[in-house]
Design a protein around this ligand. Structure first.
Ligand code: CP
Length: 303
């Protein structure tokens, strides 16, 4: 497909090719001719810092003309629909859209309305998917631990229920053949559909940590939560917060990831977030490289 909606249907070979290309960009190469003369637009109906800015930088490093649409200061506030917004910007000759939406499936629905030559990239829709975050997490993991995913024990912790990042990470980890995927969190924050198929599920963080190579901490998504899912932030931190003491239960060379933004003092302490095992800022940096690889693949010459 000319769109990137999720990682559920991405073949392993395509994922590896994107990661290899992203590593090339992460090593300092660019390709300023790739998107010369092509206009792309970041179309965000939900807030973002990392995803939006790294896509803008990635598109600029590929030579694209970059537009930035912000729902809060646009005619969306006058009631214009997402479809009319897409069609309006397409009419200006824009061929690439990086879309973040509040509703599950909204980016796929918009892609179905796009012109044949247009490419949409999902930059996060509801709880469903955040494919470039999944890819940048795999690139970061591969840099830190090497390409032998079958040797790895990965633990995903926290609010999986509301997390599009966790869903995309799970698809990618399975595609790359990760040895063991553990998932840990309170029952109320774990999904009850097939999201966790093949995972070892636990509610005991200390037990789940034993021997893991990689910890993927998730943000507690209070804005997507119905009342009462978490009794108190103090209780959540006591049971599922990552502290230096807890981290000692994992493998001696375990690394810590978090997609950001972090609730410091809730799911992760300052000491861990800013400590030597943290890959949080490496993830951010890799976001630019991965987004260059995706934009080049979908929109680069020749198309
Ligand atoms: N990780 C992530 O998607 O961050 P932003 O919401 O800041 O883009």
């Amino acid at each position: 497909s000319r769109h990137l909606i999720g990682l559920h249907d991405m073949p392993r070979e395509r994922m590896l090719a994107l990661l290899d290309r992203a590593q090339h960009f992460a090593d300092g190469h660019d390709n300023r001719a790739a998107l010369a003369g092509i206009a792309v637009c970041t179309l965000f109906f939900e807030p973002s810092t990392r995803t939006r800015l790294s896509f803008q930088l990635a598109a600029q490093r590929l030579g694209a003309d970059v537009l930035n649409f912000d729902a809060s200061t646009s005619s969306t506030s006058k009631g214009e629909t997402a479809r009319d917004t897409l069609k309006t910007i397409e009419a200006m000759g824009v061929h690439g859209f990086i879309v973040r939406a509040r509703e599950d499936g909204a980016v796929a629905a918009l892609a179905a309305e796009a012109n044949p030559g247009t490419a949409l990239i999902n930059a996060g829709d509801g709880r469903s998917a955040h494919p470039t975050q999944g890819l940048l997490d795999m690139l970061t993991l591969r840099q830190a631990k090497g390409p032998d995913f079958p040797q790895l024990k990965v633990l995903i912790v926290g609010d999986v229920k509301h997390s599009r990042v966790a869903r995309s990470d799970l698809h990618a980890l399975r595609t790359l053949g990760t040895g063991e995927i553990r998932v840990c969190g309170p029952q109320a924050l774990l999904p009850d559909d097939d999201t966790l198929r093949g995972c070892t599920v636990s509610h005991d963080f200390d037990a789940a940590l034993e021997g893991v190579d990689v910890l993927m901490m998730l943000r507690l998504q209070r804005e997507r939560m119905e009342e009462g899912r978490v009794s108190s932030l103090d209780d959540y931190h006591r049971d599922y917060g990552l502290t230096t003491e807890r981290l000692a239960r994992a493998a001696a060379d375990a690394v810590v990831m978090h997609p950001g933004p972090m609730n410091r003092g809730v799911e992760i302490t300052d000491e861990v977030a800013d400590g030597p095992r943290s890959l949080v800022l490496r993830q951010v940096g890799n976001g630019v490289a991965v987004r260059m690889a995706v934009l080049e693949a979908l929109l680069g010459h020749p198309r």
